[in-house]
Structures are given as C-alpha cells and as structure tokens.
Unconditional design. Structure first.
Lengths: 444, 453, 185
C-alpha cells in the first residue's frame, strides 16, 4: 500500500517552484515553515485552476485508498483495483443514500463489482448515553434513532424494562400503543413508497405520500404532543390517554385512508417503468436472507413468514386478526409490494383497535425512581423495517448497566454487499431504497 | 475669475452633468442626422443589395435573443405545472403568481462566481456549455415559426437539425470529461451512448415523412401538410410520430430518459461540477432543447404553422385596412379609445370592487384591463388579417402542447435504467422505424402511377 | 417460559452448559464457554428439534470484570427467545470465535462489538471498526471508558492490534475514574 500522503501543497506562491518540488511540500519542515509565515504572504489555494493547470496532478491525489495500512484482508482486497475498474464514492452526501450512508463502489464501467459500505457518520454512542441516564430518560434518548417511526424504538426499550421490573401494563395502554404504532407503521411505509419512487426519478409519489404522512403525524401530535420524536411510551403504559382531537382526526382520515393508499400505490404498481426497474433487481433468496439475519418486510419478501407480532407475540397482538403478507421472489419489487400489503393489514389492525378499545387507566402505578432488581431482559418488537430489539441489563441501580439496541436497518443494509455486485450503478438506488434503511438507527 | 468659472463653481453636480451632456447630445444628434442624410441612402442600398445576408443576420440575432425568454417561460412553466401536479403551489413570491421566478433564477446564476474546480481541464470545461448552447440555438435556426418567419430555409433542414442535435452530445461529453469527477464522467459517457443510439430511430422515423413530402426543407414539409387537420403527417405516419416523440425525449434528455443528469444516481451527471452561468448555459440549453423538440414534433407531424381547419372568412375583411383612417383618424381613435375605455373599465372595477378600490386604483386597474382588452382585440384582428400572426399562434399552441406533455411526463414517470434505455432503442425503436420506412416506401411506390420518380 | 425447551437444551448441550439453564418471562438463557460457541451455535441451528435459524442479535457486554458475547436466537419450534451468553472473556485480551460461518450477517454485528468493546472475533474476515474512525484507539462501551472523558485519554484495555497507534492513558491518570461492576453475571 502507498504510504499516507497528503495532496502535495504548493509551498510558495510561485506555481513553477511548487511543481518542481511536490514531495518536499508535504514534509514536516515545510509545515513548520508555514506556521511561521507572515500573514501577508498568500498561500495559493489548491482550488486555483491556474496552479493546477501548470502542474502535473499526482496520480494519488484523489485516490480513495485509505490513508492507513489496510486492517483486514477483505479491506485490502477491496481497495485493490483490477483492470478497468474504478472506485466511486456514493455518499455520505448523496441524494439517494437516505442520510449519511457512504457506499464505496468498485465499478467496471457502470457495473458494480464490489461494494464497501462505510458507516458511522451519524454515530453518537446512544448505548453509552443510555447507560448513563436513568430508566425514564432512556426513552427519549432512543427516540431519534428510528426517526421515521420513533415509537417503535421506544417500544422495545419499555418492553425490556417492563420485563426487568415485572410491570403489568394496563390493557388500554397496550391498545393505545398498538394503535399509535400501527399508524406510524403506515406513515413510515407511505414514505418508503415515496422515497423509493424518488430514488428512481419519480417526483410525485413522495409528495402524495407526504400528504398522508402529515395527516398521521398531525394526529399523533394531537395524541403525544410531538410530530416526529414522540417520547410517548412509558414504562408501564403511555403518557396520556386518547383525546378528542386525535380521535376526530383519526376517524376523518380512516374514512378515506384505504382508498387513498390504493390510489398512491396504483401510481407506482401500474407504472411499467417502475415495475421493470424493480423486478429481478437485488434478489435476496431465502437462505441468504436467513443467514444475514434480515428481518421485517425484507425477510418476508424472501418467503420467510417471520414477523415478531406473530412469531413472538407481545402486547395485544395475539388478540388481533391480521395476516402476515409474504412473497417468494425476494427482489426489490417484492420488498415494495410487501410494504403495500402491510399498509392494508395495519389499517385492519387500527380498525380492530378502535372497535375493541377497553376502558381503564393508561399507566401502571410505578415509583418515581426505578431501581429494578439485577437481571437481564430482551424485548423485541416488529417495526416497519423489521425487528427492533433491546437487551437491557440491570445492576440494581437506577441506570441500566448495559443497554444494547438492535436495529433492523443495520442488518438489512448489510445485505447490499451481496445484493449489489453484478448490478448497474442505477440499481444501487433501487436496492438501497427498497431495503429501507434509516441511518439514524444504523449508526446509533 | 471669469464668469464661466464662477458659474461652474456655483452649479450643483447634476447641473454640471447637464451642462456637459446637453451640448454633447446636441452635437451628437446633429452628427447623426448629418450621417443619416449623407450615408443613409448608400447604406440602405448596400443593405438592399445584400438582402439575404441581412435577413440571415437579423434572423440569427432574433433567434439568439428568443432563446432567453423561451427558456424563462419553460422553466417557470415546468416549476408551476409540476407543482400543481404534485398538489403544491409552486413559485408564488416574485412577480404575479411567481412569474418572475425564472428571471430571478437567471440573475442569480449570472451573479455567481465563475469557477472551475481543482483538476478540471479549464479550456474544455469552459467551452462545453458554450458548445451545448450553440448547438441548441443553431437547431432553432431552421424551424419555421410562421409563413416567412424562419431563420433560414435550408433544403436540408431536417438533416441540419439532426446534425446540430448530434453536436449537443459533444458539449455534454466535453463537460463530463473535463470535470475531473467520476459522476460527470459517467454522465458524459451515458449521454454519448444515449444520444447516439437515439439519433438513429429519430432520423429513420422522419424518412417516411421526407418520402411523403418529397423534401427535407422544413417549409416544404409544412406546406405539404397544409389544408386541414387530416393532411397532417401524424395521421399518415402515426408510428413514425410515436417513435419520433420517444426518441426526441431521449434526445432532449427529458425525464424517462434523463440518464445523463439522473440526479438521484449520478447527481446531475455532467453538470455536477458546474455552477454559475456555466451551469446556466446547460440549464438554458436543456429547456431550449425541449422547445426545439416540441417545435419539431409540431412542424414535422402536426402541420407546423398551418391551422387545423380552414377559415373561410380569414382574408375577406377588406374594410379593416390600417391606412383607411388616415393619421388624424388614428390619433382620434386611439385617444378616444384610451380615455373612454379606461373610464369604462374603471367604473366597472369601482362597481365590482365597491369601496375596496380607491379612485386611482380603479383608474389604474381600468387602464390595465383596457390594455389587455386592446391587446386581445389587436391580436384577434392580426390573427384574422395577417397569416403570419395566425401561423405563429397555431405554431406556438402546438409547440406548447408538446412542452406541457414533456412536463407532464416529468411529473409522472420514473427514470428508466441505462441498459433498458439502450435495449429499447436498439430492440424496439430501430426495427419499428425501419418497418415504418419500408411500409411507407412500398406504399408510395404502389400508389404512384408509373412507379416512383 | 418454555419448559420443554429447557429439557431439550439440556439434552443436547449438556456438556457445554457452564450454568443451569435460566428462564424468566419469555427468555431462556444458557451460559457457555467462548470456545464452545461454534459447536453450540451449529447444534442449535441444525438440530431438527431446535432450529434456531434467526440470529436476532449479537451483543458484547462488559461486566467490569469479564467480557461477554451475548447471542439472541429465535426458533419456530419454541415460543421463547434463546439467549446464549459466551461468558468469561478476559478484559485484557477478549477473543471469541466468530459466528459468521453460520450467519453471514453476524459480520457487521461482530464488527460493532469489536468497535465498541475490542472483542476480537476469530474467523471474521473483515474485523475493523464500523462506527468509529479508523484511527480511533479506545473502545467506547467498555466500563472503564468514562463518558465525559476525552476519547484520546481513554484506556484501550491492553488489546493489541492494528488500531493501537499510540499508548493510551491508563485509568490511574484519572483520579475520579471508577468502574461500575455488575453484581450479577
């Protein structure tokens, strides 16, 4: 590997001199000299085209080869270019990477040979923060992770804490949790459909989707007080009962939600270009999906009917009637259609919740300061993107000793390393968007 | 201290300026009048002797100037129409209903730094937008807007158009190659592959039309379609029209085929590294291309400036002759119309608006309404009396119909993939256009008495 | 609580269990040696009466005394989550076998555990940092990494590998430092 090398900086204002000694420009001596330079002396900018013109650009100036010795064999293999191949950095700031994902693609022409996803641009160490905040505060620390559907990130946290403390949650609270959760699942899937179309070049579906999402988010704001980061679930219940504004908005929306969803889906489902770009692209077969630990709609699109709501029921899901849509194709189109089907199922669940909503309290009686007995608990729920899990260890203090967050997008995104090679550059966007990653959750 | 110095010292700045400018203006006016008197007749003779050249220069300048408002209108139209299709409002801040938005865009782009990033090949980088824009403007040269209203009537008009369309790809390729950016490179190469592939069905699809019209001159093609709507080539060559429209979409890099600047894949492609007016040139060229492609579709397949049906009364309005009133009559008419019309409209506005409108508001509004009404009347009269006015109205109506179709497609369709794009061109469009060509040729041979000429 | 799962596990994995099978709520927990991880995972995955085919989670845990690797598995044959605790990795040189031979998806989960705890998974082909920058030297989720601490001063805990570019400060440098230790596990 080449040694770490900075772009050779011209040492003086004269371009000819800098062209003569590009190597010495990067040496420590010249760095020292730069520091003691008088401010009146102008440092020629690398961005000055005149300088670049009369100097040969060194070949490693913009090589994406990491400026450190490669750490693993895989990395060394990846960052070695074959004949006719080139690297392409997609992201971290790219319109189609859903946040700050960076995919280093190794391309041969437009065909992807290999891919190395680079994560961590949004990493804030939420697990560590949660281990240093008390049990109540954990809930709003985890909110921004799954920012498109943050209730689903609160849910496993409170679920695992309730298991730690053996808290009985009132049934009305469970119903409200399911109701708000399914609303948010619909909202997330609608955005998924829109962003998928946007990444394929369709401008309109995302805006139609935002109309529905805004309705949902407004009604949840009436319920929880916030539009995006709700901080609504509590250990042993929810923060506040259903109110009139929420119910009236919900009823208003439910009266046309099914029709509207079908219309929005029809805009894409019946579009020949869209279907052709999705069918057979990024096919994830059953065995691979299982071995990657993929969950959620991406797994069900590969033919595995694993849905935590049925596979490991929590809350009141055993009492509700709904189907687990599965498909066998495993391609991007199947992943998309699974989401559309799930919206329909979620509408059914919301309907049942509204009809069966029991009376009663929405919070269990709990002390202000929680000190659960030492122990361990794993809580998992089915979010829009798959299984969200929390592994919490208590040491008897008022803070969790270990708070492990399992995010489905993290595992789902991992499959791009097998899904992308062999496809074209344009398919990157179809595949990544169809996997529905949320970088907040991935980077934690 | 003389009188002149004291006066000069006593004058304000404005007065000093006037004192300098007024004599200069008088002298300049005298010199101009003298020059016109002395040199005018020979100059006019010179112009008259070189009439084709003069006509060409004037037409070229007019067309170059025409591209700017065309691009502005198209950009605004696209912003607004797509917004309405997306259930948004669209631009609504600058000008009435946001109509000056694209002008402001243009000014913004002009005021930006002229900038070439590190590592670019500056010469090529600078020339690329110019080449692209030039290709667009030169394509516009052969389009007949109305009878007698065209840049140049080549007898190889269509061929010229296609060659200029091929020149666009050179500009895009230059931009992609010189930008020192892999996204740009991909965009440039995509555009090369795409435009070269779609040139073939595009050109082949109009060969049937050329056979039918017997000429490649745009004017001849339009004249061959004159008569009624049924004479339009779209009814004689429907397959060709469809192929032409699809291929033209690809040629203009519009949405289902906008691979070169696929903003969610290769981040604006060839234009990634461009900013300021260099980007503005690309942007303008794109919209001028949309206009050109629409105009060409209208010209070749939809009768160009010919009306879809005949106007029996069109040229019979002999009573309306502008010179029949005399100069004094015109002055009286105009003065009366302005006064009476303004007052009438002002009264109407006052009655309708109630106390909302003050007197001056109502008068101003009345004048505006009067202008609109007079413009409408004059336009109608011109439409009836002059066939070039009618021609330009029909031509623009048809062209903007296709422009809006392009905008509509952009709002509706996702982008195809690059291999599907090429496959579509070579596997479907090319055989279909060949089929169309053979069928047309066979039909012409069979129906012409004595065989083909 | 799935009592039958307990008996099945005991029958299958009797020799590997370091502690009795522990069950609470809907979770069953077994405790094994790190060295036994491949065999145990293989058995759990392949046995027809167990079929733990979904790796729900892989997490590192620092108890303050030892390191653990915790696997959560799901099987269609049981209505319990299965938790496998590979216990007793030394904090100075935590090493555990990789699970990537069975679940490719464990690759990134192990990278994350390595990034956060410095646990080296032998057999993972791509064990490098995943969240933290490549020149980072310490492991943030370890219990001796204190939150307000500057990352550069935080101790790396005696792990020797490529990320170590300079000797990090030790705990003794920070008088306020203290390790929270888990009374259980």
């Amino acid at each position: 590997m080449p040694a770490p090398q900075h772009p050779p900086r011209p040492q003086t204002a004269r371009p000819a001199a800098s062209a003569a000694s590009p190597a010495s420009a990067a040496s420590p001596a010249s760095k020292g000299a730069r520091r003691t330079r008088r401010p009146a002396e102008r440092q020629p900018s690398l961005d000055d085209p005149r300088i670049m013109l009369d100097r040969q650009i060194s070949s490693d100036l913009y090589e994406p080869i990491p400026p450190y010795p490669t750490r693993t064999e895989r990395e060394a293999e990846f960052y070695t270019l074959g004949d006719g191949e080139m690297f392409l950095n997609v992201g971290p700031h790219h319109p189609a990477t859903h946040g700050v994902l960076r995919l280093v693609l190794k391309l041969s022409g437009e065909q992807i040979v290999d891919v190395d996803p680079v994560l961590g641009y949004l990493h804030r160490g939420v697990e560590k923060i949660c281990e240093n905040s008390d049990y109540y505060h954990v809930i709003d620390q985890v909110d921004p992770l799954e920012y498109l559907s943050s209730l689903f990130q609160e849910w496993p946290a409170v679920l695992s804490f309730e298991k730690l403390m053996d808290v009985e949650v009132p049934r009305r609270a469970e119903y409200i949790r399911v109701l708000s959760g399914e609303l948010l699942r619909i909202s997330s899937h609608i955005l998924y459909m829109g962003f998928l179309a946007l990444d394929l070049g369709g401008l309109t579906p995302i805006l139609y989707g935002f109309i529905e999402r805004d309705e949902i988010v407004e009604m949840l704001a009436a319920l929880t007080g916030a539009r995006m980061l709700f901080n609504y679930f509590r250990i042993g219940g929810v923060n506040g009962d259903l109110n009139h504004e929420f119910m009236s908005r919900l009823g208003d929306w439910m009266s046309r939600a099914g029709r509207q969803t079908e219309a929005n889906a029809g805009l894409l489902n019946e579009n020949e270009i869209f279907v052709r770009r999705m069918r057979g692209v990024g096919t994830l077969d059953r065995a691979t999906a299982l071995s990657y630990g993929v969950t959620g709609g991406n797994l069900r699109a590969s033919g595995v009917p694993f849905d935590v709501r049925r596979a490991h029921p929590y809350s009141i899901y055993p009492e509700l009637e709904f189907n687990i849509p599965t498909r066998d194709e495993g391609d991007s189109l199947a992943r998309y259609l699974i989401r559309v089907d799930e919206i329909r199922e979620s509408l059914k669940i919301i309907d049942q919740c509204l009809h069966n909503m029991p009376d009663g309290p929405v919070m269990a009686k709990l002390p202000r300061l929680l000190r659960p007995r030492p122990g361990r608990a794993w809580g998992a729920v089915e979010g829009p993107r798959g299984m969200l899990g929390v592994y919490a260890i208590s040491d008897g203090s008022d803070q969790p000793f270990r708070f492990r967050i399992h995010d489905p997008s993290f595992v789902n995104l991992e499959t791009v390393t097998t899904l992308l090679p062999g496809h074209l550059l344009a398919d990157t966007m179809a595949v990544v968007a169809s996997l529905d990653p949320v970088m907040g959750g991935i980077d934690k | 201290m003389s009188f002149a110095t004291r006066t000069w010292d006593g004058m304000s700045l404005r007065a000093r300026l006037l004192a300098i400018l007024i004599p200069v203006a008088i002298v300049a006016a005298l010199v101009t009048v003298g020059a016109i008197l002395l040199l005018g007749p020979p100059f006019l003779d010179f112009l008259g002797a070189n009439m084709p050249l003069v006509r060409f220069v004037v037409a070229a300048v007019a067309i170059l100037l025409l591209t700017v408002p065309t691009a502005f209108i198209l950009i605004y139209l696209e912003l607004k129409v797509i917004a309405r299709m997306n259930l948004r409002v669209g631009p609504n801040r600058i000008g009435p209903w946001g109509a000056a938005m694209s002008v402001i865009h243009g000014l913004k782009v002009l005021s930006k730094e002229d900038f070439a990033p590190t590592g670019t090949d500056v010469t090529v980088f600078t020339l690329a937008p110019v080449v692209t824009y030039m290709a667009s403007v030169m394509s516009l040269l052969v389009i007949p807007f109305a009878p007698g209203l065209f840049g140049q009537d080549f007898n190889i008009g269509l061929l010229f158009f296609f060659s200029m369309g091929g020149l666009t790809v050179v500009g895009l390729l230059m931009a992609g190659w010189s930008s020192f950016n892999k996204y740009s490179l991909l965009g440039g190469l995509r555009s090369a592959a795409q435009i070269i592939s779609y040139e073939i069905p595009l050109t082949l699809s109009v060969v049937g039309v050329i056979i039918l019209a017997g000429s490649m001159s745009m004017n001849r093609i339009v004249l061959a379609q004159s008569g009624s709507m049924l004479d339009w080539f779209v009814f004689k060559q429907p397959l060709a029209a469809l192929i032409f429209f699809i291929a033209a979409t690809a040629e203009a890099n519009r949405t289902p085929f906008d691979m070169t600047e696929a903003d969610s894949e290769i981040v604006a492609g060839f234009a990634t590294e461009y900013s300021g007016m260099r980007f503005g040139f690309f942007f303008f060229a794109e919209y001028v291309n949309v206009f050109i492609v629409s105009a060409l579709t209208a010209t070749v397949f939809f009768g160009g400036w010919t009306a879809p049906f005949n106007w029996p009364w069109a040229y019979n309005l002999n009573w309306f002759h502008p010179l029949s009133f005399g100069i004094l009559g015109w002055v009286l008419i105009v003065a009366n119309v302005v006064l009476v019309g303004t007052v009438l409209f002002a009264i109407a506005a006052r009655l309708l608006g109630g106390r909302e409108w003050g007197l001056w508001d109502a008068l101003g509004l009345g004048f505006l309404f009067l202008l609109v009404a007079v413009a409408g009347l004059v336009g109608t009269a011109g439409f009836i009396a002059f066939d070039w006015v009618a021609g330009i109205v029909w031509f623009m109506a048809k062209t903007y119909f296709f422009v809006i179709t392009f905008v509509w497609m952009r709002a509706t369709l996702p982008r195809v993939r690059v291999d599907q794009l090429m496959g579509f061109a070579w596997k479907w469009l090319l055989p279909a256009s060949l089929l169309n060509l053979f069928v047309t040729a066979a039909a012409v041979i069979l129906t012409t008495p004595g065989g083909a000429r | 609580m799935d009592r039958s799962l307990r008996s099945r596990l005991e029958a299958r994995l009797g020799d590997y269990l370091r502690a009795p099978v522990y069950q609470r709520n809907d979770e069953t927990e077994i405790r094994i040696d790190p060295g036994a991880v491949p065999e145990v995972l293989r058995l759990l995955h392949d046995s027809v009466d167990l079929r733990f085919e979904i790796l729900a989670d892989l997490a590192g845990v620092d108890t303050g005394e030892v390191m653990q690797v915790v696997y959560h598995l799901w099987s269609p044959m049981s209505f319990d989550w299965l938790r496998i605790v590979a216990d007793g990795l030394s904090r100075d040189d935590p090493r555990a076998p990789s699970a990537t031979f069975l679940w490719i998806g464990a690759e990134w989960l192990e990278r994350e555990a390595y990034d956060m705890f410095g646990i080296i998974f032998e057999g993972n082909r791509d064990l490098r940092r995943i969240f933290m920058p490549p020149d980072y030297t310490s492991f943030p989720l370890r219990k001796d990494f204190l939150l307000p601490d500057d990352a550069a001063r935080s101790p790396g805990g005696g792990v020797r590998h490529v990320e170590r570019t300079h000797a990090p400060a030790t705990l003794a440098d920070d008088p306020k430092a203290g390790i929270r230790r888990a009374p259980v596990s």
